[in-house]
Design a binder for this molecule. Sequence first.
Ligand code: SF4
Length: 187
Amino acid sequence: MARPVRFNIKEKEIEAPDGLMGDGFMATSFDQVIGLARKNSLWPLPFATSCCGIEFMATMGSHYDLSRFGAERLGFSPRQCDLLMVMGTIAKKMAPIVKQVYLQMAEPRWVMAVGACACSGGIFDTYSVLQGIDQIVPVDVYVPGCPPRPEAILDGFMRIQDLVGQESLRRRNGDRYKELLNGYGIQ
Ligand code: SF4
């Protein structure tokens, strides 16, 4: 009789990936196993420039505690991170820096735009503010709000986890992905 297999990561129980299960064995695909490992061990790089960054600090605090999702290891070196979280107003002068940080991250990498400013420029419809970071780098998940509450940031993080867990290992070598990066002038 097959029994459901569960993995326990701290308090959070996660479902086993799809596959064949029986007493003492489980067979699944390489994609699923890698996806499971990746989604529960993301290393975020918080690029916080203004008020939304304060909400992120609350998200890291003990009450909301992003570490429950396996992401307590924040990094400030792009080369060691796989999730860029842009939180705050990005002035046009700052845009090349955001892009440089993105370029220094190794594949696979994901991007979250947190808050109205990062998503669209927010209330700052002015000559000096970038009207959304997707003008310079591809964005995977947008978190709305001015500012978004920590619950919204956690929800956005879980949407990233869904993407990471389901992504094929071959996606990054695909023509579609290369075309997407080419659209941003990234080789
Ligand atoms: S979206 Fe609102 S809270 Fe967030 S950085 Fe912009 S102005 Fe501040």
